[in-house]
Design a protein around this ligand. Structure first.
Ligand SMILES: Cc1ncc(COP(=O)(O)O)c(C=O)c1O
Length: 287
């Protein structure tokens, strides 16, 4: 059933609402086609599996529904949030109280990010937590983002674009809604899944692109000191692609401007998503 957003309703007994008992994916289109849809749905299924939410329909059927929703929205490019909640039922933590899992696909016009973010790079802050995520749901994209929201609130108050989450030992894990990479002594480093990150789809594509460009890559723990002394730092996410980071907690990184390796990886990524003939995000006028 496709509805206008103001017509769509979810029960107040929905467990996503009551307990954050839901998983989701953020997807975007390029030329109207959802990018890496299979990878997103594989991750959604994995997330749902980690918290024992049974998928209410086969993955391929959900893909068809998502494509249909995108077509119906008729946006030039779309941002898609695909959600699965455990469903609704009497209150209580017992998962058996839920009826059938509920799926919701939100489609909105994709908003372009300011060109300045790509041209000049962004500032980030750091936010220390004892543990990155709820251990049970580690690696799953569950809907409770409260730690991330508090971290981002602090970042925004400091005039920064993103907050990087640190674990108990002070190692950098990821951004609130992004993964992080640092170029250190010519090697591109990004934290591993075991550190407690969400394994980003963009991260996977960036790792692939870096390999193709012959950039040495290491997936390993990233101490804050390594990040601070890196020559280049960038974050990755579906909606932002690759954003250069030029300041961490007020301290400048490398040459204080987006680096050559970051640019090369982003240009190669744009080729990969079919935008090779378009101006690069930092070449666009405005903002
Ligand atoms: C915690 C977290 N890490 C990383 C990412 C980046 O993942 P992707 O590249 O799949 O968008 C996200 C995306 O929202 C996220 O929420």
């Amino acid at each position: 059933m496709i509805l206008q957003p103001e017509e769509a309703k979810v029960s107040v007994y929905d467990r996503g609402f009551l307990y954050g008992d839901s998983v989701f994916e953020t997807i975007r289109t390029y030329a109207g086609e959802p990018f890496a849809l299979d990878e997103h749905l594989a991750r959604l299924e994995r997330s749902a599996g980690r918290v024992a939410i049974p998928l209410p329909l086969p993955r391929a059927d959900f893909a068809l529904e998502i494509r249909r929703a995108i077509r119906a929205a008729r946006n030039p490019e779309s941002y898609v949030r695909a959600m699965i909640t455990r469903g609704s039922g009497p209150m209580g933590l017992d998962t058996g109280l839920a009826e059938k899992a509920l799926r919701v696909v939100l489609v909105e016009p994709l908003q372009a990010l300011p060109a300045t973010m790509y041209r000049d790079g962004v500032a980030v802050t750091t936010f220390k937590t004892r543990r990155a995520a709820d251990e049970v749901a580690q690696g799953a994209k569950v809907s409770n983002y409260l730690t991330s929201m508090m971290a981002l609130k602090e970042a925004r108050a400091a005039g920064a674009h993103e907050a990087l989450i640190l674990d108990g030992s002070g190692d950098v894990l990821e951004g609130t809604t992004s993964n992080v990479f640092a170029l250190t002594q010519g090697v591109l480093v990004t934290p591993p899944e075991e550190a407690g990150i969400l394994v980003g789809i963009t991260r996977a594509h960036v790792l692939e692109v870096a390999g193709e460009l012959g950039i040495p890559v290491r997936v390993e723990r990233l101490p804050l000191e390594t990040l601070r002394s890196a020559t280049e730092v960038f974050i990755t996410s579906t909606l932002r692609e690759i954003v250069p980071v030029v300041r961490v907690d007020g301290q400048e990184i490398g040459a204080r401007v987006p680096g050559r390796t970051t640019r090369a990886i982003h240009a190669a990524f744009r080729q990969k998503v079919g935008l090779g003939a378009e101006p690069l995000p930092w070449e666009k006028a405005g903002d």
